[in-house]
Design a binder for this molecule. Structure first.
Ligand code: 6GU
Length: 231
C-alpha cells in the first residue's frame, strides 16, 4: 500500500511513524508513506498558502492553487489512483469499520488542512471524502492523519506478529475487549480471577465474553445498541 499525506508540516510525522509496528511495516515493504509539503507548490516569494475568508470572519483559509498543484503532482507519482480523503472535523466519523475499508485499498491520499479550514472548492473539485476522528477540534488534520494511518497500517496483512493478532481485540465483534492479566498471580492484594488459572478453556471463553459485555454496557452502551439493531 502507498499512503500519501499532503501537509504544511511534514516534520510532525517523523516520530510517530518511526516506531514499533509502523516502522516495521515500512521496513518490510507493506506500506510506503510519502509526505508532501503543500508549501513547496507555492509560486510567490512569500510562499503563501492561505488568505482571508470571503465574507469576513476570523481566521485564514487555505488556498486552492497550491493544494491542487500539490495533489496533482502527488497523483502523477504513482499509477494507482487511490482513495482521496480530506481530514476535517466536518467529516464522517472514522471507526474500525472504516479502518478495515481503508486497509483494503492499494493507495490512500490524505489532505491535512491547517488554519480555520480549506477553500470549499478543494473538497468539491478534488472529489475527496471528508473524514473526522471524533467530536472535538484539533489545530489541524495532521494528528488525525497519524491516528488513521496507525489504525490502518496495523491491519495490513503481515503488519502484526503472530502474538499481536487483531482478531479478538476491541470492536472486532462490536464489543470492547475483555480484561487481561499476566504474572504475578497476586499484585498488591489484587488477585488474578480464578477462572483464568483453571485451565478450563470453555469456562475462560464464557467468562471473557461476559466481561466484554459488562464492560461495554458500562463504558460504551452505544455500542451494545448498535449490535442489537444489527441482529
Ligand atoms: Cl480530521 N481535523 C481537525 N482539525 N480536527 C478534528 C479532526 C480532524 N477530527 C476531529 N477533530
Amino acid at each position: 500500500m502507498r499512503i500519501d499525506i499532503l501537509t504544511l508540516f511534514p516534520d510532525m510525522f517523523a516520530s510517530p511513524f518511526d516506531f514499533s509496528i509502523l516502522k516495521r511495516a515500512q521496513t518490510n515493504g507493506l506500506v510506503e508513506i510519502v509526505l508532501s509539503n503543500i508549501r513547496d507548490f507555492t509560486q510567490d516569494s512569500y510562499r503563501k498558502v492561505d488568505d482571508k475568508p470571503y465574507g469576513g470572519g476570523s481566521g485564514m483559509v487555505m488556498l486552492c492553487k497550491p493544494m491542487f498543484d500539490c495533489l496533482e503532482s502527488v497523483q502523477k507519482q504513482d499509477a494507482r489512483k487511490g482513495r482521496l480523503i480530506v481530514l476535517t472535523p466536518q467529516g464522517k466519523k472514522f471507526d474500525q469499520q472504516m479502518a478495515k475499508e481503508f486497509a483494503a485499498e492499494e493507495r490512500l491520499i490524505f489532505i491535512a488542512g491547517r488554519y480555520e479550514g480549506l477553500d470549499e472548492r478543494i473538497i468539491i473539485g478534488s472529489g475527496a471524502e471528508q473524514v473526522s476522528i471524533g467530536d472535538y477540534v484539533l489545530t489541524g488534520g495532521e494528528l488525525a492523519a497519524m491516528v488513521i494511518v496507525d489504525a490502518v497500517v496495523r491491519l495490513l496483512p503481515g503488519a502484526l506478529g503472530d502474538d499481536e493478532s487483531s482478531a479478538d481485540e476491541s470492536f472486532s465483534d462490536g464489543l470492547l475487549e475483555y480484561p487481561q492479566y499476566t504474572r504475578p498471580e497476586v499484585f498488591r492484594d489484587m488477585k488474578v480471577p480464578d477462572v483464568l488459572l483453571s485451565g478450563n478453556h470453555a469456562e475462560i471463553e464464557k467468562w471473557r465474553r461476559q466481561q466484554a459485555i459488562e464492560r461495554t454496557k458500562k463504558n460504551r452502551p452505544d455500542l451494545l445498541n448498535k449490535l442489537k439493531n444489527e441482529d
